[in-house]
Design a protein around this ligand. Structure first.
Ligand code: HEC
Length: 317
């Protein structure tokens, strides 16, 4: 009887996978409607202004545009980014509604669509992996966390200059003495090595000898500022300094923070006061950065500060 049941289950499972495999996948199709153009420009304006309050209107526009054409990988990608922006910068809200966790479910869904429609976008691979990891953490689903962790490894393999940062950044929230935090820290160093084209001296990580390598093309563009991420360079060093402070290496952290000064656009960076305060308070911040609850934007690690996305993406005030 039991054998019969097992073979029946196996053949049903076989049936399902054959049926799924013989059904066509979602195919990509780029939209060119007025609605999709409006939704896209709204998204970029909001992100470049760091305008958290614009998220809900952008969400309405992007969702409507994606329903008009549920095969557009760009629209589903932007929806993923919008929802992950909303949850990442949740500490701007007072109080934070419990429903904020739904944003990670939505982010994962739209990144999954975007990844199916355009599997070659390594940025989507990295953010999908992060969403899996965070969703697993929030809902105590350890298997999802493990799947997310392996997805990060694959994304890193495809575009290390971008995904070592993306993967390690979410891990900055973990306890400073955990293996995962240490690995996330190691990934920031690896990003620097790749960006410098050589192994950086970890005791004196001054980045000025490598400034000449700035580029807008190829995989190394993820090391520098661009139209998409106008203050990526400054934001990268701010996070890396925060992770080092959290570990207790304040002296190295200050050298890392100061690398942000090398940016040609440093003086127009909306978050330079955040960095300057961190340079002054490095010692004091060790214990506050180790706390999990939000204290303030100056006393909480970048990822949970309320400005964890716009620190790199905002240009206008
Ligand atoms: C350390 C800086 C940094 C942080 C922090 C950061 N990003 Fe980015 N982001 C980048 C870089 C670099 C790129 C890649 C640019 C490229 O493709 O040339 C990028 C790409 C993007 C894109 C472009 C995708 C596309 O299809 O063109 C979006 C949207 C985006 N990030 C949103 C976010 C959101 C939302 C967060 C917060 C969860 C975030 N970023 C955090 C640096 C950052």
């Amino acid at each position: 009887m039991r054998i019969l049941l097992i073979s029946l289950m196996l053949s049903l499972a076989g049936c399902e996978s054959i049926a799924v495999m013989s059904t066509p996948k979602k195919n990509p199709a780029i939209s060119n409607t007025a609605l999709s153009a409006r939704a896209e420009s709204h998204f970029w304006k909001g992100l470049h202004k760091g305008d958290y309050a614009s998220i809900s209107e952008t969400e309405t526009l992007l969702t409507a545009a994606y329903l008009e054409n549920p095969n557009d990988p760009r629209l589903s990608g932007y929806l993923g980014f919008l929802h992950i922006w909303k949850i990442t910068e949740r500490n701007r809200l007072q109080p934070i509604p419990s429903t904020i966790v739904n944003e990670i479910i939505l982010a994962k869904k739209y990144f999954k669509d975007a990844n199916e429609l355009n599997p070659s976008d390594e940025r989507i691979q990295g953010f999908l992996a992060d969403s899996m990891l965070v969703e697993g953490q929030i809902f105590n689903d350890q298997r999802e966390e493990v799947r997310g962790y392996f997805a990060i490894q694959r994304a890193i393999h495809h575009w290390p200059q971008f995904n070592y940062f993306t993967g390690g950044y979410v891990m900055s929230t973990l306890p400073y003495d955990s293996d995962r935090f240490k690995e996330g820290m190691e990934w920031q160093w690896k990003t620097l090595d790749l960006c410098a084209g050589t192994k950086i001296d970890r005791h004196h990580p001054d980045f000025s000898p490598y400034i000449y390598r700035e580029t807008q093309t190829g995989p190394n563009r993820a090391c520098w500022n661009s139209w998409i991420a106008p203050h990526n360079f400054e934001g990268f060093f701010l996070n890396m300094g925060d992770m080092l402070v959290k570990q207790g290496y304040t002296e190295t952290a200050v050298t890392i923070y100061k690398n942000a000064h090398l940016s040609k656009r440093y003086n127009s960076w909306p978050y330079r006061s955040l960095l300057e305060k961190r340079i002054q308070d490095a010692e004091k911040n060790v214990s506050s950065f180790r706390q999990t609850k939000f204290i303030s934007k100056d006393k909480t690690i970048l990822f949970n500060s309320g400005y964890g996305c716009v620190v790199c993406h905002q240009t206008f005030h």
